[in-house]
Design a protein around this ligand. Structure first.
Ligand SMILES: Nc1ncnc2c1ncn2[C@@H]1O[C@H](COP(=O)(O)OP(=O)(O)OP(=O)(O)O)[C@@H](O)[C@H]1O
Ligand SMILES: [Mg+2]
Length: 350
């Protein structure tokens, strides 16, 4: 098969089929649009053309996979999974009404002041922490911080120390400012590769790597006195358990965490929290309770900003539906194709 023949056949494939053909052949293909995908496939060695052509035939004879399968597949190992949902798994029908810019922006702004009432799941998580480790796996913007703050407040009241870990130095710095405002600057310290401030404060913020190293030192006999009084370890953004390179740090931190300390794992995106909770229960002396729901208190909206300044809704619907696939807004598709041809058109030769 010649390059031109393959190019013609690829041109007739849907974006989803092109991605499946590019899987394991083209790095970072998931970020590419149709034009770049075809371009990348054509750059593969010619001996692969026949194989690709056979796969194309096979793809056409296969029934379309059900959208649900992507999010319900069972993991092979107990390591954390990041749930993935592809725009190509849309379940919206072509007749669904399209959202407009007015609808997309409607309701965005500062809400009217109201008194703070904790949600039932927040109270439940805090209550469980008195006797269990807890994993909070709820959507972004749900209020995980409140659970962390309340747990810290109670630990301080009980004269226990707290370690709060985050995967990023920048997030650690932000938390230092936030917690210092709430608990007082003398109550909060930070330990990262770049910074060491107030290291004997009852609430200590650090990157997960620093805590893991601290726990290594403790197991080798150099016991840091603060580990004896440690009452609570909060691991924010704990979906890093699934990170191919850094995940082991989270895993070891959980394994080496002193038994008297409660562990609180926070994440919006652990794909298999039940398994992680079962694993923690099996390796630690305290059971691990899971608090999990998928209700978005802050609806997630998506817009596409073309470099020419034009903003369009990213998806056909105003909000990104939970547990459903989603489809790109046709205007976004058009603008994206325009962007591709403007930026790549001149260079794309077959
Ligand atoms: N029970 C509640 N009622 C109303 N607003 C709340 C409640 N709990 C938290 N909030 C508010 O919701 C917003 C988002 O909370 P927060 O930053 O804790 O989310 P999060 O779950 O940590 O999100 P992320 O996954 O992005 O880290 C904050 O402004 C917070 O004050
Ligand atoms: Mg948060």
């Amino acid at each position: 098969m010649t390059k031109d023949e393959l190019a013609k056949r690829l041109e007739h494939q849907s974006l989803r089929q092109l991605h499946r053909l590019a899987k394991d052949r083209v790095s970072r293909h998931i970020r590419m649009g149709k034009t770049r995908l075809i371009q990348s496939l054509l750059q593969l060695p010619p001996e692969m053309y026949i194989q690709i052509s056979h796969e194309m035939q096979a793809l056409h004879s296969q029934p379309k996979p059900a959208a649900k399968r992507l999010s319900t597949a069972k993991p092979q190992t107990p390591s954390a999974r990041t749930p993935r949902r592809s725009p190509e798994t849309s379940t919206s029908s072509p007749s669904d009404p399209l959202t407009t810019m007015g609808e997309l922006l409607d309701g965005i702004g500062v809400p009217a002041p109201a008194s703070f009432v904790p949600d039932a799941w927040q109270e439940e998580a805090i209550a469980y922490l008195t006797s269990s480790d807890v994993i909070v796996s709820v959507p972004t913007g749900s209020g995980k911080t409140y659970v962390a703050l309340e747990a810290i407040r109670r630990a301080i009241e009980n004269e226990r120390t707290v370690i709060y870990t985050s995967p990023l130095k920048a997030l650690s710095n932000t938390k230092l400012t936030e917690f210092s405002h709430i608990f007082g600057a003398d109550q909060v310290g930070i330990l990262t590769g770049d910074r060491k401030d107030n290291p004997h404060a009852p609430v200590l913020i650090m990157t997960t790597e620093i805590l893991r190293n601290l726990l290594y030192d403790a197991t080798s006999g150099e016991i840091d006195v603060r580990l004896d009084t440690l009452g609570l370890v909060i691991m924010d953004e704990s979906q890093y358990l699934a990170d191919p390179e850094r995940g082991v740090v989270w895993e070891e931190t959980i394994i080496f965490c002193p038994t008297q300390a409660r562990l609180l794992l926070l994440s919006a995106s652990i794909g298999n929290p039940e398994e992680i909770a079962a694993w923690m229960t099996s390796i630690r002396s305290t059971p691990c309770q899971l608090i999990s729901h998928r209700n978005r208190s802050v609806p997630l909206r998506g817009g596409y900003l073309h470099p020419n300044g034009k903003l369009t809704p990213l998806f056909k619907t105003k909000e990104i539906a939970q547990g459903k696939g989603y489809a790109f807004h046709p205007e976004t598709k058009r603008l994206f194709a325009q962007y591709e041809s403007e930026t790549l058109g001149g260079r794309y030769r077959r």
